[in-house]
Design a protein around this ligand. Structure first.
Ligand code: AP5
Ligand code: ZN
Length: 220
């Protein structure tokens, strides 16, 4: 299974990626998680990316495309892969297309903006694994601690309300055009074109998981 999870910040891409990668035995390629790991390790990339991420802007296409190309060379990607938070611009999508990176599915998780601020403000993450919780909607078993490692959860620096609002406007301008890009490519029925499905991301985490897995299993 080779797929892209598309959707605005806070749609639940990272949350749902955990279930899909487990169901199909594939790695999650989250450019956001990769960048946060670089920030934590204080690599030159991390130092450069931190300022941009904290402002809610996008890291340059060249850097992101290079990161993803390297990641796809790893042997675990033979089994398939799930892209989370990538591609996010038309040039990033074109880079995948021009490199003939195979894709079976693009799943768009649609969530209205009014739900998003509330989701982001309660989000807590385990940085090392990327596991994501919400204080109200998806709480960890023990408050403030990761379920699997027991390590502390943190709040992301870019989850402040004004940064979230900026990220939403960046999404509208730069990423939303990919909805049309992939749905119109799918409609051509071209051999290389992935199938396209939009699902509602409103509902419980389990309901949305079932919506996505039903679609993916129907064609696999
Ligand atoms: P990234 O980490 O990709 O952030 P994002 O796309 O803005 O998405 P989020 O991680 O905020 O949301 P999500 O959809 O994963 O939602 P989640 O599952 O966590 O990128 C961060 C930054 O890195 C970017 O701003 C940019 O600077 C840079 N970057 C990354 N990739 C890049 C690229 N390709 N190009 C350029 N720059 C790039 O859920 C959110 C919250 O809601 C959680 O608390 C969760 O528990 C809760 N929740 C989930 N589902 C539900 C539900 N059904 N009901 C209620 N609550 C729910
Ligand atoms: Zn995420």
């Amino acid at each position: 299974m080779r797929l892209i999870l598309l959707g605005p910040p806070g749609a639940g891409k990272g949350t749902q990626a955990a279930y899909i990668t487990e169901a199909f035995g594939i790695p999650q390629i989250s450019t956001g998680d990769m960048l946060r790991a670089a920030v934590k390790a204080q690599t030159p990339l991390g130092l450069e990316a931190k300022k941009i991420m904290d402002s809610g802007g996008l890291v340059s296409d060249d850097i992101i495309i290079g990161l993803v190309q390297d990641r796809l060379q790893q042997p675990d990607c033979q089994a398939g892969y799930l892209f989370d938070g990538f591609p996010r611009t038309i040039p990033q999508a074109d880079a995948l297309k021009n490199a003939h990176v195979p894709l079976d599915y693009v799943i768009e998780i649609a969530v209205p903006e009014e739900n998003i601020i509330e989701r982001m403000s309660g989000r807590r993450v385990h940085v090392a694994s990327g596991r994501t919780y919400h204080v109200k909607f998806n709480p960890p078993k023990r408050e403030g601690l990761d379920d699997e490692t027991g390590e502390p959860l943190i709040q992301r620096d870019d989850d402040r309300e004004e940064t979230v609002r900026h990220r939403l406007s960046v999404y509208r301008d730069q990423t939303r055009p990919l909805v049309d890009y992939y749905s119109s490519w799918a409609a051509t029925g071209a051999a290389e074109a992935p199938r396209y499905a939009q699902i509602s991301g409103v509902g419980s985490v389990d309901e949305i998981r079932d919506r996505i897995l039903d679609i993916l299993r129907a064609h696999h």
